[in-house]
Write a protein that binds this ligand. Structure first.
Ligand code: PLP
Length: 234
């Protein structure tokens, strides 16, 4: 994997543009640079290449990066929290993220709403759905989406923007296509009825193509931009 972040970003942006054309997408597809485990120098390099959306998985790591980069003057970064949400980290997440993509429980939404500093404005949120039905994976089931949406729409400090999912970790395109097209159909049902519900966060390094084919409006790319992650926590 190339570790030249600038080249990697150009390659990904070109690929997104090609896929948009191939699948006749005339809407916008946002690139979320997933910088988890990567140092702030890597984030700054992506920033200098025009990127503003960054995704983090660990609350404390995101908080530290936000503080450091704010102090250095990088104040227009839009931070997305995309990891599992531990209840003792909700305050940290509520006040350092601009968007939280991994809500899968009503309890978490209520707490985020309660702890969000109103001076920061409403927090954009996505509901994470476990579309591959894997036991160990975060995300609510399809059956839970209705109830979660109804609750979140009542919370004044949250603004519900759409859905997020992680595809099955497989190279089987047939499975991914089935999974993603079903998810897109469900997303469309809600997006046509709910104001501002227009973000479908789907697709990572290995399945970005199929995600864009199936209506993703935000791809979350880590490895193809920053290279392999050297360590994993969990
Ligand atoms: C790590 C991560 C990504 C990025 O995955 P890559 O395969 O490195 O592109 C995207 N989404 C979530 C939720 C992640 O945790």
């Amino acid at each position: 994997m190339d570790t030249n972040i600038s080249n990697n970003i150009n390659t990904i942006l070109r690929k997104i543009a090609d896929l948009k054309e191939q699948y006749k997408r005339d809407d916008n597809i946002n690139l979320l640079c997933v910088s988890k485990t990567k140092p702030i120098e890597a984030i700054i390099e992506a920033y200098d290449n025009g990127q503003r959306h960054f995704g983090e998985n660990y609350a404390k790591e995101m908080f530290d990066k936000v503080e450091l980069l704010n102090a250095k003057g990088y104040k227009d970064i839009i931070w997305h929290f995309i990891g599992p949400i531990q209840s003792n980290k909700i305050k940290l997440i509520a006040n350092s993220a601009s968007m939280v993509e991994s809500i899968d429980k009503i309890k978490t939404a209520i707490k985020l709403n309660e702890l969000r500093d109103t001076k920061l404005g409403a927090l954009d949120v996505l509901i994470q759905v476990n579309i591959s039905n894997e036991e160990q994976k975060s995300g609510c089931s399809y059956e839970d989406i209705d109830a979660l949406i109804n609750e979140i729409l009542k919370l004044k400090n949250l603004r519900l923007r759409g859905l997020m999912a992680i595809g099955l970790n497989t190279s089987d395109e047939f499975i991914l296509k089935e999974e993603f097209s079903k998810f897109k159909r469900v997303f469309d049902l809600y997006s046509s009825n709910i104001k501002d519900f227009n973000i479908l966060s789907l697709g990572m390094t290995h399945d970005m193509d199929i995600a864009i084919e199936n209506g993703s409006t935000e791809v979350r790319i880590g490895t193809a931009i920053f290279g392999q992650r050297e360590y994993k926590r969990d």
